[in-house]
Design a protein around this ligand. Structure first.
Ligand SMILES: C[S@@+](CC[C@H](N)C(=O)[O-])C[C@H]1O[C@@H](n2cnc3c(N)ncnc32)[C@H](O)[C@@H]1O
Length: 291
């Protein structure tokens, strides 16, 4: 068994499925699993039966997750159909990641316009940071006010209902985060488009919602390294695996770049603090506005 604390922050160029057996039981707060979908012609995506493949993963994740820990499993709409996962994890939401900008070239049936992200928990979820993932209300102010003044709301059982000024729950259809395009600044390379690299905002929402700083996040299928990069940025511990040598190298250098960026930003803010100490510009006898 691996001592997870000894390998925190590392990506291994190895099989992520086998690696899971090396992790101690109940060692993980969150798993982000964006692995094979079983639909493309990529060698790594060649899976005979994606549902059975996912059930096998769910069993393994259930062992390594702490009580209340979470799993986000990416796939196509049928990725968990007809498998019984209930003994291992409980399904909280089947999130639809809607991508309306796709070209929709299907001719024989309706074009698939979404992926699913199956959000599971081991028992009752221990973390759900709604305050960190709220999205803007799309309802106009006038309409909000009207809603708040409807008598059944005003005098209802639960008292006055008000719209939260910090925004609303993102819900389970995520159409506000677009898949990367050729023009996206964060795209590492054209080959990584669509099948591989996920937008950082998408991964940020998941990590912010279901983990806290210092928590352990496992990504068995690292690809271009989006999960490790976001973990670095948000102060989460991570361990990842990737079999493809090229992707492994891309992900490792992306993480190093992010670490350097964070270090530089920290140095700059220290420098700023030093200057503040040498040349104080605040009159401490006056009330200070805290921003
Ligand atoms: C959908 S991509 C992951 C994309 C990633 N979330 C990102 O944003 O870049 C899936 C990745 O899993 C890798 N992969 C497939 N089977 C694997 C296995 N058994 N162990 C480790 N990596 C694997 C593939 O090489 C591919 O890079």
């Amino acid at each position: 068994m691996i001592n997870v604390e000894h390998v925190v922050g590392r990506i291994f160029n190895t099989d992520g499925v086998a690696f899971l057996d090396e992790l101690p039981a109940e060692s993980t707060d969150l798993v982000v699993c964006d692995g094979p979908y079983g639909v493309t012609t990529h060698e790594w995506d060649n899976v005979q039966n994606i549902q059975e493949f996912n059930l096998n993963l769910i069993k393994k994740f259930s062992r390594i997750l702490k009580q209340g820990g979470a799993l986000y499993l990416f796939g196509k709409p049928d990725c968990i159909d007809f498998i019984d996962y209930r003994e291992y994890l409980s399904l909280q939401s089947r999130i639809v990641w809607y991508q309306p900008s796709r070209l929709a070239q299907g001719r024989k049936s309706f074009t698939n316009n979404y992926d699913v992200i199956c959000y599971f928990a081991k028992g009752k979820p221990k973390t759900f940071n709604l305050e960190h993932i709220r999205v803007p209300q799309l309802v106009e102010l006038e309409h909000r006010k009207r809603c708040e003044n409807v008598p059944s709301v005003k005098n209802g059982k639960y008292g006055k209902t008000v719209f939260n000024k910090d925004g609303k729950n993102p819900g389970d259809v995520w159409g506000d985060i677009k898949q990367l395009t050729y023009k996206s600044k964060e795209l590492i390379g054209r080959d990584l488009l669509h099948t591989i690299q996920k937008p950082e905002r998408l991964i940020e929402r998941i990590i912010k919602a279901s983990s806290n700083p210092g928590d352990m996040v496992i990504d068995p299928f690292v690809g271009s390294g989006t999960v490790p990069v976001v973990c670095e940025r948000l102060g989460r511990k991570f361990i990842g695996c990737e079999t493809n040598k090229l992707y492994f190298e891309i992900a490792s250098s992306r993480v190093q770049k992010e670490q350097k960026r964070i270090e530089k930003a920290a140095d700059e803010s220290l420098f700023k603090d030093d200057r503040t100490i040498q040349t104080p510009s605040v009159d401490f006898n006056q009330p200070v506005l805290l921003l």
